[in-house]
Design a protein around this ligand. Structure first.
Ligand code: SF4
Ligand code: SF4
Length: 191
């Protein structure tokens, strides 16, 4: 029983891709982000428990599977899982690299980011950082502006030059501290 994780309504198939099974967190399985799922067959073999996989796995559809990217942009070829996150805050495009440095060397990932950043913030993270609740990340914004966030500090870049560096406002720092505490508590429970 080794089938690919998903088939979309538009007829696309995950096929040999199982990148989200490695990159994403699955609380129902106590699976941590950035680590292979124990149910992965490996080598593009899909999911061992396909018929009985958790609801979240059934529901998940990356942007490529949903038809939002070109046919050739399947995540395992890009080296990144891409989706639109609609949580409590404003929506953003998430580019989760399987390995750090992929985005910087991939013209295709950069072209995808350029296509979206005028209308939606593009957040670039690395799966290997998924266990680090305090991980640095980049946010690409319209008009060539970029934020580089590390800890409580935010750098603003434009056209490859740093424009400013400042500490987050108090309210954001407080929210961030609460979020980190919650993430660390959850990670301890999953260990
Ligand atoms: S990343 Fe997308 S295409 Fe790849 S297995 Fe997950 S849902 Fe399917
Ligand atoms: S249970 Fe199956 S579909 Fe879900 S993360 Fe694990 S391998 Fe992927």
């Amino acid at each position: 029983m080794t089938q690919a994780p998903g088939v979309s309504e538009n007829g696309r198939l995950c096929g040999a891709c199982d990148l989200c099974c490695r990159v994403l967190r699955v609380d129902a399985l106590a699976k941590r982000g950035g680590r292979a799922c124990v149910h992965q067959v490996g080598n593009g073999g899909g999911c061992r428990i396909h018929a009985g996989r958790p609801r979240i796995c059934r529901a998940y559809e990356c942007l490529w599977l949903g038809g939002g990217l070109e046919e050739g942009d399947r995540p395992d070829r890009l080296g990144a899982v891409i989706d639109i996150v609609r949580g409590e805050g404003a929506p953003y495009l998430a580019i989760r690299q399987q390995r750090g440095g992929t985005f910087e060397t991939s013209a295709r990932l950069q072209a995808i980011a350029d296509r979206f950043r005028e209308t939606l913030p593009v957040r670039v993270t690395r799966a290997e950082d998924a266990e680090n609740a305090d991980r640095p990340y980049r946010v690409l914004l319209a008009a060539g502006v970029e934020q580089r966030i590390a800890g409580e500090w935010v750098e603003v870049w434009r056209s490859g030059e740093r424009q400013s560096r400042s500490r987050m406002p108090w309210a954001e720092r407080r929210l961030r501290a609460l979020t980190l505490a919650w993430q660390r508590f959850r990670q301890r429970k999953m260990s």
